[in-house]
Design a binder for this molecule. Structure first.
Ligand code: ZN
Length: 319
């Protein structure tokens, strides 16, 4: 079946039907240190470079999010266009990914969590990943955990990640910070995982870079009420605008799956002054997406991603 679909995706009219106007790619961390979350969360810089060169060789052009939104609104056809986006604003971006993007002149939009940039919170999942990798045994919120090999560590990570995903980010950060201290790990390092305001400001001076908002605390939005959504959406925007001295009008939903986006949020995004929002649902961008700028689909980059994935036939053409 897979071989058949791959063959079918190569037929030119089928390909044109499925590949749409453009593809928005989503990156998280780019680092040489492996993550228990796998390559869809943490990509090796050599793999990133290899993928970008492969896409360029296959005839794809990297355009800015701005250019994509403009083409959709003006009804200008696009062909083989890719928009690159980066979530959460990890500090290793500057060392590992930025030089590659600069060299290949690839524009990108980075979605920043304002409390990570302010150093008030940190991405607790990165702390959890580090804790499990560094210690075979540890205490977390009074419970003792043990995982010795990579497979067991991965399993333990997914179990604990699921548990904290629905908790408040403040609670998750507090629990992991205290477990770090108990395990004798440097908890202050947790706050260095993301880019600070100074780095974001200088990055934003580069014409290749656009900064978008990704909430204040990276919560699981369905667990909050309307008032808190409003705070997450408007305070992150206002904070970034003050730091960058420019408008911030693009947004990325935390987690971004269908079950992570509450209904009614699109209206709020528009009222607050956002012009676009990206999900993590996989589909190319079709011309029909001009009427849903707050539901733009994205494809998460992982180590096995290839150009052929962009036009492989799917059950549903829209996401
Ligand atoms: Zn995120």
């Amino acid at each position: 079946m897979r071989t058949f679909l791959r063959w079918l995706g190569g037929v030119s009219w089928v390909r044109r039907f499925y590949e749409g106007e453009a593809v928005i790619l989503a990156l998280h961390r780019v680092s040489r240190t492996p993550s228990l979350m796998g390559s869809s969360f943490c990509l090796h810089p050599e793999r990133l470079q290899h993928l970008l060169l492969h896409l360029i060789k296959k005839g794809y052009t990297f355009i800015s999010l701005e250019a994509l939104l403009y083409a959709l609104q003006a009804d200008h056809p696009l062909h083989k266009a890719i928009v690159l986006t980066i979530d959460d604003g990890y500090a290793d971006f500057l060392e590992e990914a930025y030089p590659i993007l600069k060299q290949l002149k690839i524009p990108f939009t980075m979605y920043v969590v304002s409390s990570f940039a302010k150093k008030e919170l940190f991405p607790w999942w990165v702390g959890l990943d580090h804790l499990i990798q560094e210690r075979h045994k540890f205490i977390l919120e009074g419970y003792s955990y043990e995982a010795k090999d990579w497979k067991k560590k991965k399993r333990l990570f997914s179990h604990l990640q699921r548990r904290y995903l629905r908790e408040s980010p403040h609670k998750a950060c507090g629990a992991i910070e205290s477990a770090f201290r108990k395990a004798g790990l440097p908890s202050e390092k947790l706050y260095e995982v993301c880019l600070d305001t100074y780095a974001l400001h200088s990055l934003s001076q580069d014409s290749l870079c656009r900064i978008g908002a990704h909430t204040v605390s990276h919560p699981w939005l369905p667990s909050l009420d309307w008032e808190k959504w409003e705070r997450e959406l408007s305070h992150s925007k206002a904070f970034l605008e003050a730091v960058l001295q420019r408008l911030v009008v693009d947004f990325a939903y935390p987690y971004g799956g269908p079950q992570d986006i509450p209904t009614g949020l699109e209206r709020l995004l528009s009222e607050i002054g956002y012009r676009s929002a990206v999900t993590l649902r996989w589909s190319p961008v079709y011309r029909a997406h001009r009427s849903s700028p707050y539901r733009l689909p994205r494809r998460v980059v992982n180590a096995s991603l290839a150009a052929e994935d962009f036009h492989r036939p799917r059950w549903r053409r829209m996401a």
